[in-house]
Design a protein around this ligand. Structure first.
Ligand code: NAD
Length: 265
């Protein structure tokens, strides 16, 4: 593996953070790491902030497959933030080991109306923009599966399974299972409308097609992770497991199961 020494820092500057970032830079220099201001020169991208900042760091830097993403937080550890800016000992030990081991997180590829492509590491969500319910015809590969009517649907990655998906009572999925999960947001289930009503985990070779029924409420909000897409009048959203993975640091006490335990139990 090539040595990773060029670090791009992604963060919102603040007076409170500045001394900690200076200390981080000093420690980095001590171990031969170099800060770069152009993300194209980076092979490590470090986000400072919560899980939301980590998601933004990946998005704003364009899901760089060659880079190692590292999440640091100055408050509590999150799902993607593995290092605390108040614990420089742990940061130093990671720097000493040269970040050689990596965890690979699957991502989803989302195509809207056949033209616009997006990636996500947590989930793609489609929700009604107004108080009225809206309807989605769900196809799995070429099979018409169901018509959903309600508030919306979420398609999550395994690492995203512990986020929005979990609030919708979706299953927590081990990222070693290359898959995606479809969950409903408040589906109507009565004699007129019927959906599966439970989360559905699909293998990575499946394609999910969500066709928005054009029946007067065809202005959904489509979100990829924590960003809303500014797309109006969408008709069709295709979701599949992407070939791209996001690499993050693998520490002994930092497996997915450690994170699930640390965050929820
Ligand atoms: P944020 O950092 O404020 O995140 C919001 C919360 O989600 C935090 O507690 C964070 O730790 C947690 N989180 C984010 N990704 C996670 C993951 N993969 N596993 C476990 N917890 C995770 O930033 P934000 O910009 O608001 O975060 C966006 C995320 O919030 C979305 O990707 C979505 O998953 C989640 N979300 C959840 C709900 C819900 O649970 N009802 C609704 C909307 C969005």
């Amino acid at each position: 593996m090539t040595e990773r020494k060029n670090v791009y820092l992604y963060y919102k500057p603040s007076e409170e953070l500045e001394p900690k970032i200076e200390e981080l830079k000093n420690i980095g220099r001590k171990y031969g790491y170099k800060l770069v201001s152009d993300v194209k020169e980076a092979n490590i991208i470090a986000s400072i902030g919560g899980d939301g900042s980590f998601l933004q760091a990946i998005r704003k830097t364009g899901f760089q497959e060659e880079c190692l993403y590292v999440g640091l937080n100055d408050k509590k550890l999150g799902f993607y933030t593995d290092f605390n800016l108040n614990d420089f000992e742990r940061i130093e030990s990671a720097l000493q080991s040269n970040f050689v081991e990596v965890l690979r997180y699957p991502t989803l590829e989302v195509t809207v109306d056949g033209v616009q492509k997006f990636e996500c590491i947590n989930e793609c969500s489609i929700r009604s923009n107004i108080i009225k319910t809206f309807a989605i015809d769900v196809f799995i590969d070429d099979l018409y599966f169901e018509t959903f009517r309600g508030d919306g649907m979420v398609v999550s990655t395994p690492t995203g399974s512990t986020a929005y998906n979990k609030s919708l009572r979706g299953a927590v999925v081990d990222p070693r299972l290359e898959s995606m999960q479809l969950t409903e947001i408040s589906s109507l289930n009565n004699n007129e409308y019927r959906t599966l009503g439970s989360p559905l985990i699909l293998n990575s070779d499946r394609e999910l097609v969500l066709k928005i029924v054009q029946d007067g409420n065809d202005h959904p909000i489509i979100g990829v992770d924590n960003e809303a897409l500014s797309i109006r009048h969408s008709h069709e959203v295709r979701v599949k497991v992407s070939d791209k993975v996001i690499k993050t640091v693998k520490m002994k006490d930092n497996s997915f199961m450690h994170k699930v335990k640390r965050n929820f139990l």
